[in-house]
Design a binder for this molecule. Structure first.
Ligand code: SF4
Ligand code: SF4
Ligand code: FES
Length: 237
């Protein structure tokens, strides 16, 4: 059976002088994923190797990492599609806690800032909201985000401005802007339109390119910009 080489970023800031790459060789197998390989290395060769994972089904978003030149989910990337060597390093804009595990707080802080929940105003219905099928359809493409942060880490603006709202948070804000039950349009446009808001986006589409769920954060950002312009001109959206 053929072998596949894993070239894995290793760094423990508490004990190491600097980062290094460590090579591991494992058996190639049909359907072997990058996450499967890392789990095998951890179980059989090197229990000190640190990485995050949970669902193993491209649902939880925790196994996002940089794999052979692109941000991807380790659990859905099959090694057979990557060639003889799989080079793995951590998410780029976040500090390393250990090996492939990064500090996600800056990502979550941006997400919290846009108030990622329904704001129904002062008079919500007593029992439940009724939403038409057409209005529900408007949320398609905005509700499937698994918060893996691939888009955030691929964004060049996040790299130069850590306070930039970023594509994932913008996508979520836009999802609520399109929600017929939400009554916080003005506040959402203010939250995403400040000095570190959507106007900083360079529209280079990196976020859209890497999204493992084929979502369109760049389009959401354009939508938020349009909403802000219309609000400024007193036009209805
Ligand atoms: S928009 Fe896509 S890439 Fe960004 S966090 Fe959501 S699922 Fe991940
Ligand atoms: S399109 Fe905007 S948000 Fe997306 S990666 Fe580029 S600069 Fe960042
Ligand atoms: S382990 Fe959950 S998305 Fe990969």
């Amino acid at each position: 059976m053929s072998k596949v080489t894993f070239n894995v970023f290793r760094f423990d800031p508490e004990t190491d002088a600097g980062p290094r790459y460590q090579r591991y060789e494992i058996e190639q197998a049909p359907g072997l994923t990058v996450l499967g390989g890392l789990l095998e290395i951890q179980a059989k060769t090197d229990p000190s190797l640190a990485f995050r994972s949970a669902c193993r089904a491209a649902v939880c978003g925790s196994c996002a990492m940089h794999i052979n030149g692109q941000y991807r989910l380790a659990c859905e990337m099959q090694t057979e599609m990557l060639g003889a060597t799989v080079t793995v390093r951590p998410l780029g804009h976040l500090s390393v806690i250990k090996d492939l595990v990064v500090e996600m707080k800056p990502f979550w802080d941006r997400y919290k800032e846009i108030k990622p929940y329904l704001m129904p105003g002062d008079n919500p219905p007593e029992k439940e909201f009724i939403q038409s099928c057409d209005d529900r359809e408007k949320l398609d493409g905005g509700i499937d985000c698994i918060l893996c942060s691939c888009c955030y880490n691929s964004c060049p603006v996040v790299g130069t401005d850590p306070a930039y709202v970023g594509p994932a948070a913008a996508l979520k804000a836009d999802r609520f802007l399109r929600d017929s039950r939400d009554r916080a349009r003005e506040e959402r446009l203010l939250l995403t339109g400040g000095d570190h808001g959507v106007w900083r986006c360079h529209t280079v589409f990196s976020c859209q390119e890497v999204c493992p769920k084929d979502l369109n954060p760049t389009g959401a950002i354009a939508d938020l910009k349009l909403g802000a312009i219309k609000a400024k001109l007193g036009l209805r959206s």
